[in-house]
Design a protein around this ligand. Structure first.
Ligand SMILES: [Zn+2]
Ligand SMILES: [Zn+2]
Length: 426
Protein backbone atom coordinates (compact mmCIF):
# COMPACT_ATOMS: atom_id res chain seq x y z
CA UNK A 1 0.00 0.00 0.00
CA UNK A 2 2.87 2.36 0.64
CA UNK A 3 3.73 2.22 -3.10
CA UNK A 4 0.28 3.59 -3.90
CA UNK A 5 0.65 6.26 -1.23
CA UNK A 6 4.11 7.20 -2.44
CA UNK A 7 3.08 7.42 -6.10
CA UNK A 8 -0.16 9.22 -5.30
CA UNK A 9 1.70 11.86 -3.30
CA UNK A 10 4.11 12.35 -6.22
CA UNK A 11 1.18 12.65 -8.64
CA UNK A 12 -0.55 15.18 -6.41
CA UNK A 13 2.55 17.35 -6.13
CA UNK A 14 3.12 17.25 -9.89
CA UNK A 15 -0.47 18.11 -10.69
CA UNK A 16 -0.47 20.92 -8.14
CA UNK A 17 2.66 22.37 -9.78
CA UNK A 18 0.78 22.32 -13.09
CA UNK A 19 -2.08 24.20 -11.53
CA UNK A 20 0.19 26.80 -9.92
CA UNK A 21 2.01 27.84 -13.10
CA UNK A 22 1.33 31.58 -13.36
CA UNK A 23 -0.07 33.11 -16.59
CA UNK A 24 2.60 34.99 -18.53
CA UNK A 25 2.39 38.10 -20.65
CA UNK A 26 4.69 37.09 -23.49
CA UNK A 27 4.30 34.41 -26.13
CA UNK A 28 7.63 32.82 -25.14
CA UNK A 29 6.51 32.44 -21.59
CA UNK A 30 3.22 31.09 -22.73
CA UNK A 31 4.97 28.51 -24.90
CA UNK A 32 7.28 27.56 -22.06
CA UNK A 33 4.28 27.21 -19.78
CA UNK A 34 2.46 25.03 -22.32
CA UNK A 35 5.55 22.87 -22.73
CA UNK A 36 5.96 22.44 -19.00
CA UNK A 37 2.28 21.75 -18.54
CA UNK A 38 2.52 19.07 -21.20
CA UNK A 39 5.62 17.57 -19.59
CA UNK A 40 4.04 17.55 -16.16
CA UNK A 41 0.86 16.00 -17.49
CA UNK A 42 3.00 13.38 -19.22
CA UNK A 43 4.97 12.73 -16.01
CA UNK A 44 1.68 12.50 -14.12
CA UNK A 45 0.31 10.02 -16.64
CA UNK A 46 3.49 7.92 -16.39
CA UNK A 47 3.31 7.91 -12.62
CA UNK A 48 -0.35 7.02 -12.74
CA UNK A 49 0.42 4.13 -15.11
CA UNK A 50 3.21 3.00 -12.76
CA UNK A 51 0.77 3.23 -9.85
CA UNK A 52 -1.83 1.19 -11.72
CA UNK A 53 0.75 -1.41 -12.77
CA UNK A 54 2.13 -1.49 -9.21
CA UNK A 55 -1.38 -1.93 -7.85
CA UNK A 56 -2.06 -4.70 -10.36
CA UNK A 57 1.26 -6.34 -9.41
CA UNK A 58 0.40 -6.22 -5.71
CA UNK A 59 -3.09 -7.56 -6.41
CA UNK A 60 -1.88 -10.41 -8.64
CA UNK A 61 1.32 -11.39 -6.83
CA UNK A 62 -0.56 -13.31 -4.16
CA UNK A 63 1.91 -14.96 -1.83
CA UNK A 64 5.01 -14.26 -3.95
CA UNK A 65 6.22 -11.40 -1.76
CA UNK A 66 6.66 -13.82 1.13
CA UNK A 67 6.43 -12.82 4.78
CA UNK A 68 8.34 -10.82 7.39
CA UNK A 69 9.95 -12.60 10.30
CA UNK A 70 8.15 -12.40 13.64
CA UNK A 71 8.57 -13.75 17.19
CA UNK A 72 11.56 -16.02 17.77
CA UNK A 73 12.74 -15.74 14.19
CA UNK A 74 12.91 -11.95 14.45
CA UNK A 75 14.63 -12.17 17.85
CA UNK A 76 17.29 -14.41 16.30
CA UNK A 77 17.74 -11.90 13.47
CA UNK A 78 18.18 -9.05 15.92
CA UNK A 79 20.87 -10.95 17.83
CA UNK A 80 22.95 -11.40 14.65
CA UNK A 81 26.23 -9.46 14.41
CA UNK A 82 25.12 -8.54 10.87
CA UNK A 83 21.99 -6.74 12.18
CA UNK A 84 22.54 -3.01 12.68
CA UNK A 85 19.39 -2.40 14.72
CA UNK A 86 17.18 -1.77 11.71
CA UNK A 87 18.38 -4.09 8.95
CA UNK A 88 21.11 -6.48 7.88
CA UNK A 89 24.21 -4.61 6.74
CA UNK A 90 27.44 -5.41 4.91
CA UNK A 91 30.65 -4.68 6.85
CA UNK A 92 31.73 -2.52 3.88
CA UNK A 93 29.06 0.07 3.11
CA UNK A 94 27.19 -0.14 -0.20
CA UNK A 95 27.63 2.87 -2.45
CA UNK A 96 24.91 3.34 -5.01
CA UNK A 97 24.33 5.60 -8.00
CA UNK A 98 21.42 8.01 -7.64
CA UNK A 99 17.99 6.96 -8.80
CA UNK A 100 18.08 9.54 -11.62
CA UNK A 101 21.47 8.28 -12.89
CA UNK A 102 20.19 4.71 -12.88
CA UNK A 103 16.99 5.70 -14.66
CA UNK A 104 18.95 7.56 -17.35
CA UNK A 105 21.16 4.55 -17.90
CA UNK A 106 18.22 2.14 -18.04
CA UNK A 107 16.34 4.15 -20.65
CA UNK A 108 19.47 4.24 -22.86
CA UNK A 109 20.02 1.52 -25.44
CA UNK A 110 21.56 -1.79 -24.40
CA UNK A 111 22.24 -4.05 -27.39
CA UNK A 112 22.58 -7.85 -27.37
CA UNK A 113 21.18 -8.31 -23.87
CA UNK A 114 19.14 -11.34 -24.96
CA UNK A 115 20.00 -14.18 -27.37
CA UNK A 116 18.46 -14.11 -30.84
CA UNK A 117 18.60 -17.88 -31.38
CA UNK A 118 17.67 -20.81 -29.11
CA UNK A 119 20.46 -21.87 -26.75
CA UNK A 120 21.94 -25.39 -26.99
CA UNK A 121 20.23 -26.67 -23.84
CA UNK A 122 21.24 -30.17 -22.72
CA UNK A 123 17.95 -31.75 -21.72
CA UNK A 124 18.29 -34.03 -18.72
CA UNK A 125 16.17 -36.68 -17.00
CA UNK A 126 16.19 -38.25 -13.53
CA UNK A 127 17.97 -41.32 -14.96
CA UNK A 128 21.07 -39.16 -15.62
CA UNK A 129 21.49 -38.74 -11.87
CA UNK A 130 20.64 -42.29 -10.78
CA UNK A 131 24.31 -43.15 -10.21
CA UNK A 132 26.54 -41.02 -8.03
CA UNK A 133 29.54 -39.48 -9.85
CA UNK A 134 32.62 -41.70 -9.83
CA UNK A 135 34.80 -38.96 -8.34
CA UNK A 136 32.24 -38.11 -5.63
CA UNK A 137 31.68 -34.56 -6.91
CA UNK A 138 29.64 -33.30 -9.85
CA UNK A 139 27.72 -30.12 -10.52
CA UNK A 140 25.01 -29.59 -13.11
CA UNK A 141 24.28 -26.02 -14.18
CA UNK A 142 20.53 -25.67 -14.67
CA UNK A 143 20.70 -22.00 -15.76
CA UNK A 144 21.37 -18.74 -13.88
CA UNK A 145 22.30 -19.76 -10.29
CA UNK A 146 20.28 -22.98 -10.20
CA UNK A 147 22.65 -25.88 -9.55
CA UNK A 148 22.29 -29.56 -8.83
CA UNK A 149 25.27 -30.49 -6.72
CA UNK A 150 26.13 -34.14 -6.15
CA UNK A 151 28.63 -34.49 -3.33
CA UNK A 152 29.33 -37.19 -0.76
CA UNK A 153 26.49 -39.32 -2.10
CA UNK A 154 23.94 -36.52 -1.56
CA UNK A 155 22.06 -34.29 -3.96
CA UNK A 156 21.78 -30.60 -3.11
CA UNK A 157 19.68 -28.19 -5.12
CA UNK A 158 21.02 -24.64 -4.99
CA UNK A 159 18.81 -21.55 -5.61
CA UNK A 160 16.19 -23.53 -7.55
CA UNK A 161 14.31 -21.38 -10.08
CA UNK A 162 12.01 -23.15 -12.52
CA UNK A 163 9.64 -20.20 -13.09
CA UNK A 164 9.36 -18.52 -16.49
CA UNK A 165 10.01 -15.07 -15.04
CA UNK A 166 12.00 -13.76 -12.08
CA UNK A 167 9.23 -11.54 -10.83
CA UNK A 168 6.37 -11.50 -8.32
CA UNK A 169 3.89 -11.79 -11.21
CA UNK A 170 3.56 -14.02 -14.26
CA UNK A 171 2.82 -11.19 -16.70
CA UNK A 172 5.87 -8.94 -16.22
CA UNK A 173 9.56 -9.20 -15.40
CA UNK A 174 12.62 -10.80 -17.01
CA UNK A 175 11.81 -14.00 -18.94
CA UNK A 176 14.12 -16.96 -19.20
CA UNK A 177 16.23 -17.40 -22.35
CA UNK A 178 15.85 -21.17 -22.35
CA UNK A 179 13.53 -23.80 -20.86
CA UNK A 180 14.65 -25.47 -17.63
CA UNK A 181 17.06 -28.23 -18.75
CA UNK A 182 15.71 -30.68 -16.17
CA UNK A 183 11.90 -30.62 -15.84
CA UNK A 184 10.70 -30.46 -12.22
CA UNK A 185 8.96 -33.83 -12.53
CA UNK A 186 12.29 -35.34 -13.68
CA UNK A 187 14.11 -34.11 -10.59
CA UNK A 188 15.85 -36.99 -8.76
CA UNK A 189 15.47 -37.34 -4.99
CA UNK A 190 16.91 -34.21 -3.39
CA UNK A 191 18.43 -34.22 0.11
CA UNK A 192 18.36 -30.46 0.65
CA UNK A 193 17.57 -27.15 -1.00
CA UNK A 194 20.09 -24.38 -0.29
CA UNK A 195 19.12 -20.73 -0.80
CA UNK A 196 21.55 -17.79 -0.97
CA UNK A 197 19.04 -14.94 -0.49
CA UNK A 198 15.48 -13.93 -1.15
CA UNK A 199 15.76 -12.13 -4.52
CA UNK A 200 13.40 -13.48 -7.18
CA UNK A 201 16.18 -14.93 -9.32
CA UNK A 202 17.25 -17.14 -6.38
CA UNK A 203 14.08 -17.79 -4.42
CA UNK A 204 11.18 -18.66 -6.71
CA UNK A 205 7.77 -19.00 -5.07
CA UNK A 206 6.23 -21.55 -7.50
CA UNK A 207 9.37 -23.68 -7.39
CA UNK A 208 9.37 -23.76 -3.58
CA UNK A 209 5.67 -24.71 -3.61
CA UNK A 210 6.48 -27.55 -6.02
CA UNK A 211 9.36 -28.76 -3.82
CA UNK A 212 7.94 -28.23 -0.33
CA UNK A 213 6.68 -31.83 0.11
CA UNK A 214 9.52 -33.42 -1.84
CA UNK A 215 12.60 -32.06 -0.08
CA UNK A 216 13.26 -32.86 3.59
CA UNK A 217 15.56 -29.90 4.34
CA UNK A 218 15.68 -26.25 3.29
CA UNK A 219 18.90 -24.53 4.39
CA UNK A 220 18.69 -20.74 4.20
CA UNK A 221 20.16 -17.51 5.63
CA UNK A 222 18.50 -15.83 8.64
CA UNK A 223 14.96 -14.62 7.99
CA UNK A 224 14.40 -16.41 4.68
CA UNK A 225 12.53 -19.16 6.54
CA UNK A 226 9.61 -16.74 7.02
CA UNK A 227 8.98 -16.76 3.26
CA UNK A 228 9.23 -20.55 3.13
CA UNK A 229 6.78 -21.04 5.99
CA UNK A 230 4.38 -18.61 4.36
CA UNK A 231 4.55 -20.82 1.26
CA UNK A 232 3.75 -24.00 3.16
CA UNK A 233 7.18 -25.45 3.95
CA UNK A 234 6.99 -27.25 7.29
CA UNK A 235 8.96 -25.26 9.91
CA UNK A 236 10.74 -28.44 10.97
CA UNK A 237 12.29 -28.77 7.53
CA UNK A 238 13.88 -25.29 7.65
CA UNK A 239 17.39 -24.58 8.93
CA UNK A 240 18.28 -20.87 9.14
CA UNK A 241 21.88 -19.81 9.58
CA UNK A 242 23.94 -16.70 10.17
CA UNK A 243 27.31 -16.18 8.45
CA UNK A 244 29.90 -18.75 9.58
CA UNK A 245 27.24 -21.00 11.10
CA UNK A 246 27.10 -24.57 9.83
CA UNK A 247 24.70 -27.48 9.70
CA UNK A 248 25.36 -31.15 9.06
CA UNK A 249 23.62 -33.31 6.50
CA UNK A 250 24.97 -36.80 7.08
CA UNK A 251 28.69 -36.53 6.32
CA UNK A 252 28.25 -33.16 4.63
CA UNK A 253 28.79 -29.81 6.29
CA UNK A 254 27.05 -26.75 4.91
CA UNK A 255 28.39 -23.40 6.11
CA UNK A 256 26.81 -20.02 5.40
CA UNK A 257 29.54 -17.58 4.39
CA UNK A 258 29.61 -13.77 4.21
CA UNK A 259 28.62 -12.01 0.99
CA UNK A 260 28.32 -8.34 0.04
CA UNK A 261 24.85 -7.87 -1.32
CA UNK A 262 21.31 -7.01 -0.19
CA UNK A 263 17.86 -8.58 -0.01
CA UNK A 264 14.15 -7.94 -0.36
CA UNK A 265 11.12 -8.90 -2.45
CA UNK A 266 8.69 -5.99 -2.01
CA UNK A 267 8.42 -3.64 -5.03
CA UNK A 268 8.13 -0.79 -2.51
CA UNK A 269 11.51 -1.92 -1.04
CA UNK A 270 9.82 -1.91 2.35
CA UNK A 271 11.50 -5.23 3.24
CA UNK A 272 14.98 -4.31 1.93
CA UNK A 273 17.70 -6.08 3.95
CA UNK A 274 15.17 -7.61 6.35
CA UNK A 275 16.62 -11.06 5.58
CA UNK A 276 20.27 -12.10 5.35
CA UNK A 277 22.20 -12.91 2.15
CA UNK A 278 25.00 -15.48 2.08
CA UNK A 279 27.32 -17.68 0.09
CA UNK A 280 27.71 -21.36 0.94
CA UNK A 281 30.48 -23.83 1.48
CA UNK A 282 29.40 -27.45 1.04
CA UNK A 283 32.01 -29.99 1.98
CA UNK A 284 32.55 -33.62 2.89
CA UNK A 285 35.76 -35.37 3.97
CA UNK A 286 37.18 -35.35 0.44
CA UNK A 287 35.60 -32.47 -1.48
CA UNK A 288 34.94 -28.79 -0.91
CA UNK A 289 32.70 -26.52 -2.93
CA UNK A 290 32.27 -22.75 -2.66
CA UNK A 291 29.15 -21.02 -3.99
CA UNK A 292 29.30 -17.22 -3.85
CA UNK A 293 25.58 -16.42 -3.87
CA UNK A 294 25.22 -12.83 -5.12
CA UNK A 295 28.07 -10.61 -4.02
CA UNK A 296 30.42 -7.76 -4.74
CA UNK A 297 34.10 -7.99 -3.83
CA UNK A 298 34.84 -7.93 -0.07
CA UNK A 299 37.84 -8.69 2.17
CA UNK A 300 36.31 -11.68 4.00
CA UNK A 301 36.65 -13.77 0.82
CA UNK A 302 40.24 -14.39 1.94
CA UNK A 303 38.96 -15.54 5.33
CA UNK A 304 36.56 -17.96 3.61
CA UNK A 305 39.59 -19.37 1.78
CA UNK A 306 41.64 -19.66 4.95
CA UNK A 307 38.95 -21.13 7.18
CA UNK A 308 37.07 -23.36 4.75
CA UNK A 309 39.18 -23.70 1.58
CA UNK A 310 40.85 -24.65 -0.62
CA UNK A 311 38.01 -25.64 -2.93
CA UNK A 312 37.81 -28.23 -5.68
CA UNK A 313 35.12 -26.16 -7.28
CA UNK A 314 34.03 -22.55 -7.01
CA UNK A 315 30.69 -21.47 -8.41
CA UNK A 316 30.85 -17.70 -8.61
CA UNK A 317 28.29 -15.16 -9.77
CA UNK A 318 29.55 -13.57 -12.98
CA UNK A 319 26.65 -11.74 -14.68
CA UNK A 320 24.17 -8.91 -13.98
CA UNK A 321 26.95 -6.45 -13.10
CA UNK A 322 27.35 -2.77 -13.84
CA UNK A 323 29.65 0.04 -12.67
CA UNK A 324 26.55 1.61 -11.08
CA UNK A 325 25.95 -1.35 -8.83
CA UNK A 326 29.51 -2.59 -8.36
CA UNK A 327 28.88 -2.93 -4.62
CA UNK A 328 26.33 -5.70 -5.07
CA UNK A 329 27.75 -7.72 -7.99
CA UNK A 330 31.34 -8.67 -8.86
CA UNK A 331 31.76 -8.25 -12.59
CA UNK A 332 33.99 -10.75 -14.47
CA UNK A 333 37.43 -9.41 -13.50
CA UNK A 334 36.60 -9.38 -9.80
CA UNK A 335 35.25 -12.93 -10.14
CA UNK A 336 38.80 -14.06 -10.87
CA UNK A 337 40.11 -12.20 -7.83
CA UNK A 338 37.32 -13.64 -5.63
CA UNK A 339 38.16 -17.13 -6.92
CA UNK A 340 41.83 -16.62 -6.03
CA UNK A 341 41.00 -15.17 -2.60
CA UNK A 342 38.88 -18.19 -1.63
CA UNK A 343 41.56 -20.54 -3.03
CA UNK A 344 39.34 -22.04 -5.70
CA UNK A 345 40.40 -24.89 -8.01
CA UNK A 346 38.07 -25.13 -10.99
CA UNK A 347 35.88 -22.08 -11.61
CA UNK A 348 32.37 -22.41 -13.03
CA UNK A 349 30.61 -19.08 -13.64
CA UNK A 350 26.94 -18.82 -12.65
CA UNK A 351 24.33 -16.03 -12.57
CA UNK A 352 24.46 -15.48 -16.31
CA UNK A 353 22.97 -16.87 -19.53
CA UNK A 354 19.35 -17.30 -18.40
CA UNK A 355 17.81 -13.94 -17.46
CA UNK A 356 18.51 -10.40 -18.63
CA UNK A 357 19.03 -8.49 -15.38
CA UNK A 358 21.51 -5.80 -16.47
CA UNK A 359 22.69 -3.77 -19.45
CA UNK A 360 25.66 -5.75 -20.70
CA UNK A 361 25.57 -8.08 -23.72
CA UNK A 362 24.31 -11.49 -22.59
CA UNK A 363 27.59 -13.22 -23.50
CA UNK A 364 29.84 -10.51 -22.06
CA UNK A 365 30.18 -12.09 -18.57
CA UNK A 366 31.90 -15.21 -19.92
CA UNK A 367 33.82 -13.41 -22.68
CA UNK A 368 35.41 -11.09 -20.12
CA UNK A 369 35.80 -13.87 -17.58
CA UNK A 370 37.83 -15.94 -20.05
CA UNK A 371 40.11 -12.99 -20.84
CA UNK A 372 40.75 -12.36 -17.14
CA UNK A 373 41.12 -16.08 -16.36
CA UNK A 374 43.65 -16.49 -19.14
CA UNK A 375 45.96 -13.79 -17.82
CA UNK A 376 45.60 -15.06 -14.22
CA UNK A 377 45.93 -18.71 -15.31
CA UNK A 378 42.69 -19.72 -13.64
CA UNK A 379 40.98 -22.89 -14.88
CA UNK A 380 37.41 -22.15 -16.06
CA UNK A 381 34.68 -24.34 -17.49
CA UNK A 382 31.51 -22.84 -18.95
CA UNK A 383 28.87 -25.59 -19.16
CA UNK A 384 25.88 -25.41 -21.49
CA UNK A 385 22.56 -25.07 -19.66
CA UNK A 386 21.90 -28.57 -18.31
CA UNK A 387 25.48 -29.77 -18.70
CA UNK A 388 27.30 -31.51 -15.84
CA UNK A 389 30.86 -30.83 -14.75
CA UNK A 390 32.97 -33.28 -12.75
CA UNK A 391 36.07 -31.35 -11.64
CA UNK A 392 38.20 -34.49 -11.20
CA UNK A 393 37.94 -35.45 -14.86
CA UNK A 394 39.60 -32.26 -16.10
CA UNK A 395 36.75 -30.97 -18.26
CA UNK A 396 37.68 -28.80 -21.19
CA UNK A 397 36.25 -25.50 -22.23
CA UNK A 398 33.97 -25.44 -25.27
CA UNK A 399 32.57 -22.22 -26.70
CA UNK A 400 28.86 -22.85 -27.22
CA UNK A 401 27.59 -19.28 -27.17
CA UNK A 402 27.52 -17.03 -30.24
CA UNK A 403 29.98 -14.24 -30.90
CA UNK A 404 28.18 -10.93 -30.40
CA UNK A 405 29.69 -7.50 -29.65
CA UNK A 406 30.61 -6.89 -26.01
CA UNK A 407 32.53 -4.33 -23.98
CA UNK A 408 36.00 -5.02 -22.64
CA UNK A 409 37.02 -4.44 -19.03
CA UNK A 410 38.78 -1.18 -19.95
CA UNK A 411 35.65 0.05 -21.78
CA UNK A 412 33.21 -0.73 -18.97
CA UNK A 413 35.17 -1.37 -15.76
CA UNK A 414 33.43 -2.76 -12.70
CA UNK A 415 35.19 -2.14 -9.37
CA UNK A 416 33.60 -2.50 -5.96
CA UNK A 417 34.29 0.33 -3.53
CA UNK A 418 36.63 -0.03 -0.55
CA UNK A 419 38.63 -2.97 -1.92
CA UNK A 420 41.74 -1.30 -3.36
CA UNK A 421 43.88 -3.20 -0.86
CA UNK A 422 42.66 -6.52 -2.26
CA UNK A 423 43.71 -5.53 -5.77
CA UNK A 424 47.10 -4.23 -4.58
CA UNK A 425 47.79 -7.41 -2.58
CA UNK A 426 47.45 -9.63 -5.65
ZN1 LIG B 1 20.47 -10.70 -5.50
ZN1 LIG C 1 20.86 -12.66 -8.42
Amino acid sequence: MSLMRDIRSKCVSLFSVTKNVKPSATLDRSNTRTRWTRRLRYAGAVLLAVALLGGAAVASAGDAFGARATGNRQRLIESSPQWNGERFANPLPREQASFVTMLRRWVGSAPNTVPTDPLPVVTRTAADFANAPASGLRVTWLGHSTLLLEIGGRRILVDPVWGDRVSPVGWAGPMRFHPPPLPLDELPTIDAVVISHDHYDHLDHPTIVALRERVPRFIVPLGVGAHLEQWGVDAERIVELDWWQATALGDLTLTATPARHFSGRAITRSDEDATLWAGWVIADATHRVYYSGDTALFPELAEIGTRLGPFDLSLIETGAYDAMWADVHLGPEQVILAHQLVRGGLLVPVHWGTFNLALHAWTEPVERLLVAADSAQVRVVVPRPGESVEPATAPTLARWWPTVPWQRADEAPVRSSGVDALWQAR
